[in-house]
Design a protein around this ligand. Sequence first.
Ligand SMILES: [Ca+2]
Length: 135
Amino acid sequence: MRAWMMEVKDDTTQSWLKWRLHDYQGYHHHHLLEKAEYWLGATDLQWEKHWKWDNSNTYASYFKWLPSEPNNYLDHQNCLAVRQRCPDDADCIDYGWFDDDCYQKKFYICETKGILRGVPTTKAPRLEEKNVDTA
Ligand SMILES: [Ca+2]
């Protein structure tokens, strides 16, 4: 079955992702997950500051950036990721977004068409967790 890097285009999907990652972490209790960062499927590689979802080839209009993000640090951060680990700011967003160097190794989240809570949908994200750094 074809799968692609997850696209988060609205608050419902963002909330679902947050809930699912909390659920996953609660289940596994693995130290690697405590500070885990996960790639999503958007980049601004083609046009700086214009984030495009890769699979649907559409520019993002919904964002959930962490404070001070995206910062395009060293002019070298063009891929989109989420993390739970927050700065101490009161306004920190749990599993908010940040940009990072595309060559960094992180977990990543893919989605595919499938079944979500028993309801057939055309776009039901399903988590597939893999640590690419297991070699
Ligand atoms: Ca960038």
